[in-house]
Unconditional design. Structure first.
Length: 143
């Protein structure tokens, strides 16, 4: 069986910390897969907010997640404070890739919890069509 392998880029463009909430815990007493997706969504929104943007307005366009890949490594538990590093990948005329590395420190050791990659597409919600990647966003992604 082929497995997903995500290579996290060296250059980090953002760093967010998010504590695990009790509502993130599933019946196995660890963070559920669906909660990990919500956590990377929250990290992306916080990263955009640090730069004065929202997912509905980044230089005049919105963003839509077109695809998602996740490589799970370790479990996360209630009380963990997850560190999320964000990096940019390939850019196109209308979109870009974001990479996420989620980790936690336990017993003075950093443990990688997961890697993820999202494909993001620029979108004009008013016109209901794909839009060009704005220069202001492009410069944020490559700097």
């Amino acid at each position: 069986m082929a497995r997903i392998k995500i290579d996290f880029p060296e250059k980090c463009i953002g760093n967010i910390t998010i504590p695990v909430r009790i509502t993130d815990i599933n019946y196995g007493n660890h963070v559920g897969n669906d909660s990990f997706v919500s956590i990377i969504h929250e990290a992306r929104v916080q990263w955009l907010s640090q730069h004065g943007f929202t997912e509905l307005n980044v230089g005049g366009v919105g963003l839509i997640m077109s695809d998602l890949a996740i490589e799970f490594k370790k479990e996360s538990y209630y009380g963990d404070v997850i560190n999320i590093k964000i990096a940019a990948g390939e850019l196109s005329k209308v979109g870009f890739e974001l990479y996420y590395q989620l980790s936690v420190v336990r017993d003075n050791t950093t443990l990688i919890l997961m890697y993820a990659k999202t494909g993001m597409v620029c979108y004009d919600y008013t016109l209901k069509k794909v839009s060009t990647l704005p220069d202001i966003l492009k410069s944020l992604l490559i700097n």
